[in-house]
Design a protein around this ligand. Sequence first.
Ligand SMILES: [Zn+2]
Length: 249
Amino acid sequence: MKSYTDRAVVIRTWPLGESDRIVTLFTREHGKVRAVAKGVRSAKSRISGLIQPTSELDLLLYRGRELDVIQQASLVQAHLARVGVEPSQFGSALEWLEAIDSLTLDRHPDPVIYELMNRGLRLMGDEPGPFLLGALLVRLLDIEGYAPNLTVCGLCGAPGSFAAFDFASSAPRCSGCGGEPVGSEILAKAASILAHRVSEVLTDKDARGGREFEAFAIRLVKEVVGRGLRSTGVVASLLEPQATQNQPS
Ligand SMILES: [Zn+2]
């Protein structure tokens, strides 16, 4: 059987040729999959409106050697691919999906990530808050085994609360061991997420603190990805230079 059904969220899309798109999907049962959606850029396509980042779809796919082919698609939920969503909200959702893309390998099923991805998109649509994206990213790093140990200095092992961080080794630094200054409240927020006290972080409505926490979490993700986790599939590396992100229409 070369065809299979699965449920998936559209992570990103690229134009291919005159009328097709390549779609990165995070599927519930097959993990991250790249597929071709044929004819979706022509006006006659019945599914073009569905192939949008953040949309959750039920799909019939044909298993190809490198790229699968989307044969049928129906909408489960649009998440943020809908009219009336703030551009900043949509931007956060794309950042969230991009982190999932860069921290997961192709065709590795991960139902925990699938559930977290959907929960994150739902919260971004329904009750976005300043700490939401940062909290999701720290949780994602934790699930994937890349969360920092925030209880001891990464260099000398001294315990305590810290106000500096070494991103290259993803570890805090005590006052005697250098590192970049990072607000102790930011590290405390990350520690709360890692201790599964997520709600006490999400109820904080401080916009500036949220931006700083988000920047910290994005930097953590980028450092992990920079250390070489990213899957270097032939298709991905060929497509990366022309990557474009869609806005919902
Ligand atoms: Zn130290």
